[in-house]
Structures are given as structure tokens and as C-alpha cells.
Design a protein around this ligand. Structure first.
Ligand SMILES: [Zn+2]
Length: 377
């Protein structure tokens, strides 16, 4: 059994449902302490956060990730119990196998191999790990970044080990992410009998033309890094359940995935103005899930690309797709932030799994990347 597989299995056996770390960071900390890392915990509000650094010289290469996992769903539907870390047919099964305990294991083992081979490497190495990435992400990476910012600690290159690959390991890396913005609009009318509409005010009828315009709006054209901003309606609720009652209010929820061409403040202003033009003055609630970020691909992206080519023969596409990630927080203190990791086709699903060959190939890619960026004299 490879060292990466062994560590990934150990981490999966800790049922670290977000935001609980359940000892994963202790497992990792013991190995990092052996390697000579200085360990600092920034635990807060039930969230576990680790900043581990070895060396003080620039440049600093930081690996970032999370130990928490999303819920399993019905356990009886899993081929193997989600926290048993079973190996079957060349794959490791378990919640977090791909997102992202496999990635953490690959990096820790890459680090051990690299330090054994190159004890006199240049620069320094850090790990930033949290147990609050899958949840609200309020007390996780953000907290550590605030603490580092306050004491002027900067990261040269941050490699986020999230599962970025698609059909094949190595086909995609991410140099940014779109922002996420959610709205809830409650429109009040007057409830009444459907046979007496003059005595009522139907909020659905008032909402419909505005909603049609909202959906048809082109918010921006995107740019070289980002696709055009998109909007999806996630919930639309009204009515009492009875067939002869005009509803008294309607609630509409929608979400933007947006690029820098449309900042959250602009989308909020435009959306509220659109409904106001239709004479709809409902109650708005907005929640930003993070502004977009983009990182110019530079030395880290080049080192990763060369390592990916050497291990897989692939040339990764650069993408800003997917959901939000902690990269948005890290960008504030880092020169270059690139996400690269395992395939994402089973993440958050029943039977989440990773190919054993991918675990070892990813560790080799990380090791080559370390060797390229921190080559000693
Ligand atoms: Zn993840």
C-alpha cells in the first residue's frame, strides 16, 4: 500500500463532518512536526485551523486545503460504508476521498519525499488547513488569513489542493473562481378569492413579467478569464395549496455566479432597479458567498503544468469554473493562487471515490512542483 493511500485512509476514517475536524489535523500535525514544521492553531467557534510553516526564507510555497467533509446522505446506499475507507477494484471509497483528504495525503507524502531528497532546498513551505470550507467558511481560512495579514506574513505561491480535474487527473487547473451572490425577494399582495380578483392583489401576476426580464438580462459578456455572469432561479413559492385562493405573498430566490465585470454591488443595484421598474417594491435579502478572484498564471502554474505533463502527458486547461473556494480569501495575502487536485466527478455524491493510481500520480505531481519551485543551490 502506498504511503499516500495509507494516509488518505487514515484521514477518511475520521468522520469529520463540517465543521468538525475530529482529529484529522492532529494526524497531519504529528507528521509535520517530525519534518520540523512550526505548528500554530487558530481554532475558533468550533472550527479547527492549522498554520504550519517550515523555514522563514522567501519564497514561500503554501499548500491549502480542508479536512471537513459534507454529509454522507443515506449510508445504506453506499457500496462501502462512507467512513470505512475501503479499497475495491482499484479505487478508494469514502466521504472525502476526492474532496479533499486524498489531496491532503498526496501533498503531505510529497512533502516528506521532497524533504528527504532535498534537505537544503530554497525558500520555505507552509500548510494552511481548516475544518470549515464546506460550511459557512466564516471561521476557517478567513481567520488564518486575517492573522497572517496582521503580522505581515505573505505567501508567494499558494497551491490549493481542491479536486480541480474533470474526466482525467491533470486535465484542468483553476486560476480563479467566480463569485456567488444570492437573493431572496418577498413580494406582498392581498389574498382573496380567485373569482373576485378586484378585491385582491396577486403577487405572482406582478412578479411574472419582472422575472421574465430578469432571466433574459445579459449582465456582462465575461472576459478572457471568466464566462458571462449567469443567474439561476432556485426557489419560487406562493399559494396556500388551495385552488381557489389568490396568494397573499410570493417568495423568489435566485443566485448569480459572477465574474469581476459584475461586482456584487452592481448586480444588487441592477436587480432591485429592474423590479422597481415593474413597480415591485418587495423585501430584499442579499447574501454574498464571496467576490470573484483571479490569479495571473505565473511560476506556480508553469511548475504545475510541467509536473502534470511529466506524470500524465496532459496539458491542463485553465478554468475559473466550479463553486466558490477558499482561494478567494488567500488571494489577499498571496502572489499566485492556483487550484489543482484530483478528479471531481464523485465529490459530494454517494460512493465518493478516487482511483489509487490518481492518488500516487497526484503526489508525484506535487513533489515535482515542490522540486521545481524550491530547487536548492
Ligand atoms: Zn473541497
Amino acid at each position: 500500500m502506498s504511503a499516500t493511500l495509507e494516509l488518505a485512509r487514515e484521514l477518511i476514517r475520521h468522520p469529520s463532518l463540517t465543521p468538525h475536524d475530529t482529529g484529522c489535523l492532529d494526524v497531519i500535525s504529528r507528521r509535520l512536526a517530525t519534518l520540523g514544521f512550526t505548528l500554530e492553531r487558530f481554532d475558533h467557534a468550533g472550527v479547527s485551523n492549522l498554520w504550519a510553516r517550515k523555514g522563514s526564507a522567501a519564497p514561500l510555497l503554501c499548500f491549502a486545503g480542508h479536512t471537513d467533509v459534507v454529509p454522507t446522505g443515506p449510508e445504506e446506499r453506499w457500496r462501502h460504508p462512507p467512513f470505512a475507507a475501503m479499497v475495491d477494484d482499484g479505487k478508494l471509497y469514502g466521504r472525502g476521498a476526492a474532496d479533499m483528504k486524498g489531496g491532503i495525503a498526496a501533498f503531505v507524502v510529497a512533502l516528506e519525499d521532497f524533504l528527504a531528497a532535498s534537505p537544503k532546498h530554497a525558500g520555505s513551505i507552509a500548510l494552511l488547513l481548516t475544518s470549515d470550507e464546506e460550511g459557512p467558511a466564516e471561521h476557517g481560512t478567513l481567520r488564518v488569513v486575517d492573522a497572517l495579514l496582521a503580522r505581515g506574513e505573505r505567501i508567494t505561491w499558494c497551491l490549493v489542493g481542491e479536486p480541480s480535474s474533470g474526466a482525467r487527473l491533470g486535465d484542468t487547473l483553476r486560476h480563479g473562481r467566480r463569485g456567488s451572490l444570492s437573493a431572496t425577494l418577498t413580494v406582498h399582495g392581498v389574498q382573496g378569492h380567485v373569482a373576485y380578483p378586484d378585491l385582491a392583489d396577486n403577487p405572482v401576476h406582478r412578479l411574472a413579467p419582472a422575472l421574465a426580464e430578469l432571466i433574459a438580462t445579459r449582465w456582462d459578456d465575461g472576459d478572457d478569464d471568466f464566462p458571462a455572469t449567469g443567474l439561476q432561479v432556485s426557489n419560487l413559492n406562493a399559494g396556500t395549496g388551495a385552488g381557489n385562493v389568490i396568494p397573499g405573498h410570493a417568495t423568489l430566490r435566485f443566485n448569480f455566479r459572477h465574474g469581476p465585470a459584475s461586482p456584487a454591488a452592481t448586480l444588487i443595484r441592477q436587480s432591485e432597479a429592474l423590479f422597481a421598474r415593474h413597480d415591485i417594491h418587495g423585501h430584499w435579502q442579499w447574501r454574498s458567498g464571496g467576490e470573484p478572484f483571479v490569479s495571473r498564471p505565473d511560476a506556480l502554474a508553469r511548475a504545475l503544468q510541467a509536473a502534470i505533463a511529466a506524470e500524465t502527458g496532459l496539458r491542463p486547461a485553465h478554468s475559473t469554473g466550479g463553486g466558490t473556494s477558499d482561494g478567494r480569501f488567500i488571494k489577499r495575502i498571496a502572489g499566485e493562487v492556483i487550484e489543482f487536485g484530483l478528479r471531481n466527478d464523485s465529490i459530494h455524491q454517494i460512493d465518493e471515490c478516487v482511483a489509487l493510481a490518481d492518488l500516487d500520480a497526484l503526489s508525484a505531481i506535487y513533489r515535482r512542483t515542490l522540486a521545481t519551485l524550491l530547487a536548492g543551490k
